[in-house]
Design a binder for this molecule. Structure first.
Ligand SMILES: [Zn+2]
Length: 184
């Protein structure tokens, strides 16, 4: 009985440790991970994740960024790029930075190195097909990573980028909700 309890405790501690490691935005076992950049300037780096899944959303976002002469980084998925090549090219043409966010947006935890390689290289390939020539970093889907993903990225000199402030992700969030969540 006592032994079972100890064993269960050990399993729980290991599981919790792995869970925390997979969710950490500031630490991974291999390679560089960037969650913020220290500077005295009052600046933020704006990043936009996923897709592009439809044409309207990037158009709206691009128009606002243009209006304020602001550049952002778009972490895109290979499947979205493949299905919306013209939309992606528009983002590239506006001079924004493009990052790799995996092909299917599945969690890249407990996956084989072959799956991870496919998710990354097919997406990189599509990004380059848009004409984008800039630097390309990687943002893990759901910010999840454990062993193989950081190992692969580090081996290929790809920097992992997470973040330290996340906007209200609720689909029904208003502009005010988003501003409030970010400022908080
Ligand atoms: Zn995402």
């Amino acid at each position: 009985m006592k032994r079972t309890l100890i064993l269960l405790t050990i399993i729980f501690v290991i599981a919790f440790g792995l869970y925390s490691l997979s969710n950490s935005r500031t630490f991974q076992l291999f390679g560089d991970i960037v969650h913020r950049v220290e500077t005295n300037d009052k600046v933020v780096a704006l990043t936009f994740d996923d897709g592009p899944w439809n044409k309207q959303l990037p158009d709206d976002v691009l128009a606002i960024l243009d209006k304020h002469n602001v550049k952002g980084t778009f972490y895109l998925n290979g499947r979205g790029i493949r299905d919306n090549m013209r939309t992606t090219q528009k983002i590239v043409a506006k001079g924004h930075e493009i990052g790799n966010h995996g092909f299917t947006h599945k969690r890249l935890v407990f996956k084989s190195i072959n799956t991870i390689e496919r998710e990354i290289t097919e997406t990189s390939h599509l990004i380059r097909e848009t004409g984008y020539r800039g630097k390309m970093t990687f943002r893990p889907p759901y910010f999840k990573k454990l062993f193989v993903l950081p190992y692969y990225l580090n081996k290929h000199d790809i920097v992992t980028v997470t973040g330290d402030v996340e906007a209200d992700n609720d689909l029904f969030a208003t502009s005010d909700d988003i501003v409030n969540s970010v400022l908080t």
